[in-house]
Design a binder for this molecule. Structure first.
Ligand code: 6R9
Length: 666
């Protein structure tokens, strides 16, 4: 839901009186913030010192070989698995619960039938056992790459942590992606091993995963071994002799107390690759380092989430996306937090499942999404009002802009109109939160719908086309100085890294988002300035959906645009030109929707497909998606001087109007 400039309630400020210990005025915040960015090396070093390093760094920040390629804490050595596990196991936290996991299935009374509590010691043991098997049986070594395609079960972080222990670089692929998408990601990372499961529960149904992996491997020849965790216990899972192995068999003879010395990796050693969508081309493998990334997570866990040892913390994301990597796995484990993890759908068996979870475990710190909030608003207040959510003392949302109505609803029903509640802006590329309210550092007044301000140590701004800082007007969000969670590069494509992020405004990071900095200096991120869309918070490239459509035998050309949706924020709508010999029909429309689900994944399915005979293009043949979007939005076209054939717009309009009438939607 993009927020129009005119709708921004710039003057509305809410002071959280109950947050007396660290309230701050806007002026004080800005003054202190200035100091933190004046010397980023010194500032971030003071944070990094709070982690345990095997070897201290020689220099806090080194360009290597030149900007924008940086090494944070160069010369330093550490290990992510050591910091998230061994360190706690050597302390009083040894028997503290790390994960409270709830499976989706419920009994006849609606109570969950599977709840697992894993202490730090449990996790430590499982990670060591798996690392042992990875090393001795699968021959995995520091610098190797593996792919993980697993549902929301504790074994997913266990694989991530075991890999990190060995310095093995992992790439998690969201379990909702299709075989084709999975194969692309395996091939790009050249993984030798893939970890998966037989399946998982979603909305009362079993979703099978192993078959998807088998399909992907047909076109991903680097895979030598497949390790399958039995989550569902289904019997007819296809297993290929010599290649596929059950997790339980792999670990059957590994002693309970197996111990693997954590690899002392360089600060800049890649911890993981995470594929994300961009404007064109295949998804980009964003590479995060170890030392800088963990430093940023440590800082944001304290500042943004104000995490305390007696908190129960819940981030509702899926670990397949960056939010889960940073704020279900590495961030909260680094702090020794107790983390809730839920397998299934928010509305199963009834629309109050999430509220039950908050109540059941007494969640104190809650990290949620605008789409979820809007979905619950639609279900009606009666579902939330019957639950005691009074344990929640702090909350944030992430993934897309939050409209003030959704903010107000959540703040009232979950936040009792009294707790800090922000919308944290960041991206796969940034590693951690960069623009936010920081109640653990200094809380400025809240404004419903805003993202807050750049966090300490982060020099973010909004600029015009010339790169000049602007206020009160829409511009581009940029980060002017390096920050520790920044990507190392794009896996296998360093020049693309420079082109995509550091060329629009040379030397500074271009996020690709529209934003406004208001008169108080608060940042409002409005949405993407490129061909990326956020569907229910999931990041997709319209290009990926177009490629999927074009790969269908009936399709000649396709243009996909994101259009606002009341609940999901945005949904993809496709304009399709058919190859000769194919006629538009409802069956074909349906077939194409299913096709996109299969090629990319269910989240990419277009909400509408409109058949046209031509697409609006420039004289040089480039599809003008901006105009297509204006048609769908029923808005004036704006500058259309480069449009080659105006009848293409008239036709698109007519076709879309007809479809609208047919389905009776807006
Ligand atoms: C963490 C995550 C990144 C894109 C980003 C922006 C949008 C994320 C937001 C937000 C407004 C927020 N975005 N958080 N927009 N307010 N609080 O979502 O990473 O999947 O890489 O998406 O999401 O458009 O550029 P990722």
């Amino acid at each position: 839901m993009s927020i129009e400039e005119k709708d921004l309630p710039f003057d509305e400020k809410i002071i959280i009186n109950k947050w007396s210990h660290k309230n701050m005025t806007i002026e004080d915040y800005k003054k202190l913030h200035e100091k933190t960015i004046a010397n980023i090396e010194e500032f971030w070093s003071s944070i990094a010192k709070e982690l345990d390093w095997f070897k201290p760094w020689d220099k806090p920040l080194v360009a290597d070989p030149q900007p924008p390629f940086y090494k944070w804490f160069a010369g330093g050595k550490l290990n992510a698995s050591y910091l998230t596990l061994d360190k706690h196991v050597a302390s009083w936290r040894k028997n503290k619960v790390a994960y409270i996991w709830e499976g989706e299935p419920v009994d006849s009374k609606g109570n969950p039938t599977e709840v697992r509590r894993l202490t730090y010691y449990d996790l430590y043991r499982e990670v060591n056992r798996l690392a042992y098997a990875m090393k001795t049986k699968l021959g995995l070594r520091k610098g190797d790459t593996i792919t993980i395609y697993m549902p929301m079960i504790p074994e997913l972080p266990i694989v991530m942590l075991a890999a990190a222990r060995l310095g093995v670089i992992f790439s998690v692929v969201f379990s909702g992606f299709s075989a084709t998408a999975l194969a692309d990601r395996i091939n790009d990372a050249k993984s030798r091993v893939i970890f998966t499961a037989d399946g998982f529960w979603r909305r009362g149904k079993q979703v099978r995963l192993k078959e998807v992996v088998d399909e992907a491997i047909k076109s991903a020849p680097s895979i030598e071994k497949v390790v399958v965790y039995r989550r569902l216990g289904i019997n007819d899972v296809p297993m290929t002799q010599g290649r596929d192995q059950w997790w339980s068999d792999l670990l059957s003879d590994v002693p309970v107390n197996a111990y693997i010395e954590p690899e002392h990796v360089e600060s800049e050693h890649p911890l993981y690759i995470l594929y994300t969508s961009g404007t064109t081309g295949k998804p980009k493998g964003i590479v995060h380092d170890t030392g800088g990334y963990l430093t940023e997570l440590h800082a944001t866990m304290k500042w943004v989430f104000d995490i305390k040892d007696d908190d129960v913390y819940w981030c509702v994301a899926d670990i397949g996306w960056v939010t889960g990597h940073s704020y279900i796995v590495f961030g909260p484990l680094l702090e020794g937090a107790t983390i809730v993890m839920y397998e299934g759908a928010p509305d199963y068996p009834a629309p109050d499942r999430w509220w039950q979870i908050i109540e059941r475990y007494g969640v104190n710190v809650y990290y949620t999404t605008p789409t979820a909030i809007r979905t619950f608003m639609k279900f009606g207040d009666e579902w939330i009002s019957k639950h005691d959510l009074s344990t929640v003392r702090l909350m944030h949302s992430v993934g897309e802009p939050i409209n003030p109505e959704a903010w107000r609803w959540a703040w009232k029903w979950i936040g009792r109109n009294e707790i800090p509640f922000g919308s944290t802006w960041w991206m796969t590329e940034t590693g951690g939160i960069l623009v936010s309210h920081v109640p653990g550092w200094g809380l400025i007044p809240l404004k419903p719908g805003t993202n807050g301000m750049p966090i300490p140590g982060v020099d973010a701004d909004v600029v015009d086309d010339e790169g000049k800082s602007i206020q009160g007007k829409r511009g581009y969000l940029i980060i002017k100085k390096p920050w520790p969670g920044m990507p190392l590069t794009i896996w296998g494509d360093p020049s693309r890294f420079v082109n995509v992020y550091f060329s629009k405004f040379p030397g500074v990071f271009y996020a690709g988002d529209w934003a406004i900095k208001d008169d108080d200096g608060y940042i409002w991120v409005l949405g993407r300035a490129d061909e990326v869309i956020k569907v229910a918070g999931h990041r997709l490239g319209t290009y990926e959906i177009e490629s999927a459509l074009i790969s269908h035998k009936a399709v000649a050309e396709a243009a996909v645009v994101g259009v606002p949706d009341q609940v999901k924020g945005e949904v993809p709508v496709a304009f399709v030109v058919l190859r000769s010999g194919n006629a538009p029909s409802d069956e074909l429309r349906k077939e194409l929707r299913v096709w996109v689900r299969q090629v990319v994944g269910p989240i990419a399915e277009p909400s509408n497909i409109i058949f046209v005979s031509k697409l609006p293009k420039t004289r040089s043949g480039k599809i003008m998606r901006r105009l297509v979007r204006q048609v769908v939005m029923n808005q004036p076209l704006g500058d259309a001087t480069t449009l080659e054939d105006e009848t293409s717009i008239d036709e698109a309009k007519k076709a879309y109007d007809e479809l609208r009438k047919e389905i009776g939607s807006t």
